[in-house]
Design a protein around this ligand. Structure first.
Ligand SMILES: [Zn+2]
Length: 128
């Protein structure tokens, strides 16, 4: 199996276990097309890109992290890209607490977007 598909399968497995919420910011994510996502969560389409589901290597590939289930979590594009933009990316645990404290201060995703996504999260129909 080509490794791209393998990685995608691992990502899907992880996403399902996470209820399609980002490992770091806990926001909902979309898979192959943002259209449904934008209908469900009325956020500006330009901002939907950041919530695309990606495979995130807990131990980065450049540090020897492998494409194996225990090393893959599902993260939104924004959290994934932002972690690896750093010259010396933080380890996943440190990064997760960084993201959560930024979120709590309204300094991660644009606040209007966080509000919409958080609101839907409290919807009992989606909470099952
Ligand atoms: Zn995220």
């Amino acid at each position: 199996m080509p490794s791209r598909n393998r990685l995608k399968n691992l990502r899907n497995q992880a996403a399902q276990q996470q209820g399609w919420r980002c490992h770091y910011c806990q926001m909902p994510m979309w898979d192959s097309s943002p259209e449904e996502f934008i209908v469900r969560y009325p956020i500006p389409p330009g901002l939907a890109t950041r919530f695309q589901c990606t495979a995130e290597h807990v131990e980065a590939r450049c540090d020897g992290g492998k494409d194996v289930a225990p090393n893959i979590v599902a993260a939104c594009h924004f959290c994934n890209a932002t972690r690896h933009k750093a010259k010396h990316p933080a380890d996943a645990v440190t990064y997760a607490s960084h993201v959560r404290s930024r979120l709590a201060n309204g300094k991660w995703h644009p606040s209007q977007v966080s509000a919409i996504l958080a609101e839907r999260r409290a919807d009992p129909e989606r909470a099952q």
